[in-house]
Design a protein around this ligand. Structure first.
Ligand code: AMP
Length: 493
């Protein structure tokens, strides 16, 4: 039987940058606040005033790390910031971003969202050339490549660096004179440009941050594009003019991005709701109520309810103020962690046939406990509807479920999963239905976690601690294969 995950992976990273605003650090703080959902492990801001960098970072949530005094000391009219959940490198303050270096080019700060697929090889090369790494994150490779002394100017070095790194990256970079934004040629991760009323330029992983600081959306940074923002304005360079094809991560629409963000011209809320409608078109289930798992299933459940005509009820009530639990796992409070976050209004579901809608099933732990709660409360039937297809393959481009042994659908049939969940039926949205809900072409998406087609080749044993492991010992082929083949056995055979 699968054990509940003791430590569930959180979201990945959010990046933000601003150029030309007297309150640059404060606005970056608000920007990071809006991007908190993309990473809750650490956050940091680097500002620049008169060619000097000022930096503060810490572990935890944005408001726990910064206060008025700290922000006041982050002087300057430009700044970049980062919220992080680790996808490469473990959870330490030294790995918190933005990362900075003082080199022949002056000071440089980098904040990165994504995952490099050739990090180990590049780091080897750089270490052999004597580059002293301070962290175990792949983002430092970008920083160190930018810091290499060459006869080329910053623009050429940037293009050269981007053409060497592979995988997923949306980055913001600050030099003593410029704010720079760049996306990998496939455009896996989002990055948009905004502008404040006083004319300051803003870069952000998601447009929701623009709303908070009253900035206007200007446009998305294009895949493979570098935008250089300085006193003269914005300059654009296409670093991969020969490249064809886009591979935007479809899971941004399914789960990661905030519903109030606009990605590639589509409001995430609308796409999620349409995914719910599509789910109802594909799976007609007779039931009395549609219930979302808050917050991740809310939009899709509304869509499902509208399309099917089955009433929608918020039967699970979320506590928004959940911190860490310090209680010991005794019998009495063994399900404290589950119940403290979501409480069920039992009278609402008693004797009812309910459809519970969530965005995805990864390990199955969350869904299983929700079904149990509903059944314990007397629900007559519990049907599970999932607003994306089964996750069959690991993500190597920045979403933290890289190990296929942990993906329930990679190792079990839909009926086995249904039995594990103890649900009366289980329904996933089809791949076609998911794409259709975005109204964008399928070949403009990375759907590797669903269809196994990886736009950029990757090291088969890549996982988030690869840089640390490589230092200890290289995995033997046997270890690598064992790791790939280990299965989750959900049901006794
Ligand atoms: P579980 O099936 O127990 O692993 O939990 C799946 C739930 O976690 C989904 O309903 C999502 O809301 C959320 N989720 C999905 N993918 C991730 C991820 N990579 N990191 C954190 N949460 C996720």
């Amino acid at each position: 039987m699968m054990q509940p995950a003791a430590h569930y992976p959180k979201h990945y990273c959010g990046v933000f940058g601003i150029f030309g605003h007297p309150s640059a650090a404060e606005l970056t703080y608000y920007g990071l606040y809006a991007l908190q959902h993309r990473g809750q492990e650490s956050a940091g801001i680097v500002s620049c005033h008169d060619g000097r960098f000022f930096k503060h970072h810490g572990m935890g949530l944005v408001p726990q790390i910064f206060n008025g005094e700290i922000l006041h000391n982050l002087v300057g009219d430009r700044a970049i910031g980062h919220t992080r959940y680790s996808t490469t490198g473990s959870s330490h303050l030294k790995n918190a971003q933005p990362l900075t270096v003082d080199c022949v080019r002056g000071q440089i700060a980098v904040a990165h969202n994504g995952n490099l697929t050739n990090a180990a090889q590049l780091r080897d090369e750089l270490e052999r050339a004597g580059v002293p790494f301070q962290t175990t994150v792949d983002s430092e490779i970008i920083l160190m490549m930018l810091a290499q002394p060459t006869m080329n100017g910053m623009e050429n070095t940037l293009v050269k660096t981007l053409r060497r790194i592979e995988g997923a990256y949306s980055i913001v970079i600050m030099t003593e004179k410029e704010l720079i934004g760049a996306r990998d040629p496939f455009g896996f991760r989002p990055l948009s440009i905004g502008r404040t009323a006083n004319g300051a330029y803003v870069l952000s992983s998601e447009t929701t941050a623009f709303d908070l600081i009253h900035a206007e959306f200007v446009r998305d940074v294009a895949p493979g594009e570098i935008v250089i923002i300085n006193e003269k304005g914005v300059m654009s360079i296409q670093a991969f003019p020969e490249h064809k094809g886009e591979a935007f991560c479809i899971f941004e629409y399914v789960y990661f991005a905030r519903p109030d963000s606009v990605l590639r011209g589509r409001t995430v809320y609308d796409v999620r709701k349409e995914m719910g409608r599509q789910l109802a078109r594909e799976h007609n289930v007779a039931a009395d109520l549609v219930i979302p798992v808050p917050d991740s299933g809310v939009c899709a459940a509304m869509g499902y309810s509208e399309q099917s005509g089955i009433p929608y009820e918020m039967a699970f009530i979320r506590n928004h103020y959940v911190g860490r639990s310090f209680l010991q796992p005794t019998q009495l409070i063994r399900d404290f962690n589950v119940r403290v976050k979501l409480n069920l209004i039992e009278s609402m579901v008693k004797d009812k046939r309910v459809i519970i809608v969530d965005d995805s099933i990864v390990r199955g732990t969350t869904c299983r406990s929700r079904v149990k709660t509903l059944k314990d409360a007397g629900a007559r039937e519990v049907h599970v509807a999932v607003s994306c297809p089964p996750h069959m393959h690991p993500c190597v481009y920045g979403i933290d479920f890289p190990d296929r042994t942990k993906l329930m659908a990679a190792n079990n049939s839909v009926d086995e999963i249904r039995r594990y969940l103890n649900a009366d039926s289980l329904h996933y949205l089809s791949q076609e239905g998911m794409v259709q809900a975005t109204t964008l072409p399928r070949n403009s998406f990375c759907m590797a976690c669903y269809d196994g087609r990886y736009p950029v080749p990757y090291d088969q044993v890549l996982d988030k601690h690869i840089i640390e492991k490589r230092r200890r010992t290289t995995l033997t082929l046997g270890e690598a294969m064992e790791r790939e083949n280990r299965q989750i056995n959900l049901l006794p055979s």
